[in-house]
Design a protein around this ligand. Structure first.
Ligand SMILES: Cc1ncc(COP(=O)(O)O)c(C=O)c1O
Length: 392
């Protein structure tokens, strides 16, 4: 690690600001996973007990409606979203709202892969939200609660008219445990362990309302469904899946880590306390943006600004005058300095988003680290501007 003479005094205690996999929870140690059911079948009594505990504790901690079901599914959040799209869509038209890269993936799935789904697409540029008032009362809905790559989230689900005949699918991977979810309005909610809880990748969490179950049991789409997408047996819900009998083999090490992350969440005071940590981090960033002339939030509206994946654009005219590739080059240099100092990793904006920065503020990131980071961002910016001036 190099220490320049003019670097800020306070260093973040953890330099991990990636938006996924995210920082491990404070105090994490591999010793916490000692009781993992390693080397045991995932169908053994011990493993099934742990898988069931992961499901039951999720329901309790998130305070899900009593009749909602939870399953652990393959292929992370993507797997959870796609198994529902493939199994449920097509019964009626669907309104899809997309305003960043992952939402756009679901649009591509619907239009170019499923093909037979009658979809209306509502889009918006990075930093903004689509017009939700256009949602039809009787169409299915598919949307992302928090756009991880754009830093924009929906403030609520008030725009969704309750209708038991349709289903509402919500990709909430960077929102669950950090934002208030209106469970009653949502029939399918998905997330992965590697976001707000700083868990391990590859496992998806699938939350289903009774409406979603009814759709699964009453509608058989005329398309091939691979084994890892199948949630029904002989037209009835595979209840065992929602009690911990996973479709295929999960990692019991990752399961143990998820259980430990839930312990941590409960110790802090539950999802509200986790949300408060994210809000505090966002507060520090808001204070910094207010007094800093080279940076602005990509999402201009505080009401819809994410408190997890927080995104920024550089507003300094010396940088905005550059071609896009050169702006990305500038940011890469800034990131290189932060990386070399060991103060911030993975804080550049998403490659498909406009050039900028993205700082993960999920609960596993210490708010005081976010505060300390702001001085380092100022430092890296001014060092890189100096370098730019010297070479141009
Ligand atoms: C909104 C959103 N959807 C889906 C994904 C994909 O998640 P996973 O890699 O867990 O499948 C991400 C990852 O960042 C995301 O932010």
């Amino acid at each position: 690690m190099t220490y320049s003479a003019n670097t800020p005094e306070v260093r973040p205690t953890c330099p991990n600001f990636s938006s996924g996999p995210t920082a491990k929870r404070p105090g994490f140690s591999l010793n916490q996973l000692q009781n993992a059911a390693l080397g045991r079948s995932h169908r053994s009594g011990l493993s099934k007990q742990k898988l069931k505990a992961a499901i039951e504790r999720t329901k309790a901690i998130l305070a899900l409606p009593a009749d909602y079901r939870v399953a652990i599914v393959p292929a992370s959040d993507t797997g959870a979203v796609e198994m529902c799209m493939w199994s449920m869509l097509g019964a009626r038209p669907v309104d899809i709202f997309a305003w960043e890269s992952f939402g756009q993936d679901w649009v591509t799935d619907a239009l170019e892969q499923l093909k037979d789904v009658e979809a209306r697409i509502y889009g918006a540029d990075y930093g903004a939200l689509p017009d939700f008032s256009a949602a039809r009362d009787d169409a299915d809905i598919l949307f992302t609660w928090n756009g991880t790559t754009s830093g924009v989230r929906v403030p609520d689900a008030d725009w969704i008219t309750p209708n038991p005949d349709r289903i509402v699918i919500c990709d909430a991977t960077s929102a669950v445990f950090a934002q208030e979810m209106d469970w009653d309005k949502l029939d399918v909610v998905t997330y992965s362990w590697q976001k707000v809880l700083g868990g391990e990748a590859a496992h998806g969490m699938l939350i289903l309302s009774p409406n979603a179950v009814r759709r699964l049991e009453s509608y058989t789409p005329d398309r091939a469904l691979p084994k890892i997408f199948r949630m029904t047996k002989k037209g009835k819900l595979n209840e065992a899946l929602f009690e911990g009998s996973t479709i295929n083999t999960p990692s019991m090490l990752c399961v143990e880590d998820y259980l430990a992350a839930l312990d941590w969440c409960e110790t802090l005071g539950g999802p509200k306390a986790l949300k408060a940590r994210s809000d505090r981090s966002l507060g520090y960033l808001t204070d910094w943006v207010a007094k800093t002339d080279w940076i602005a939030f990509l999402c201009a509206d505080p009401e819809t600004r994410s408190n997890t994946g927080v995104t920024f654009k550089i507003t300094d005219p010396r940088i905005t005058a550059l071609a896009e590739a050169d702006q990305r080059g500038f940011i890469k240099k800034m990131m290189g300095l932060l990386d070399a100092e060991g103060v911030a990793y993975d804080a550049a904006g998403y490659a498909k988003a406009p050039p900028g920065l993205r700082i993960w503020c999920g609960a596993t990131v210490e708010p005081e680290d976010v505060k300390a980071l702001t001085a380092w961002l100022d430092w890296a910016f001014s060092e890189t501007v100096k370098e730019l001036a010297a070479t141009s």
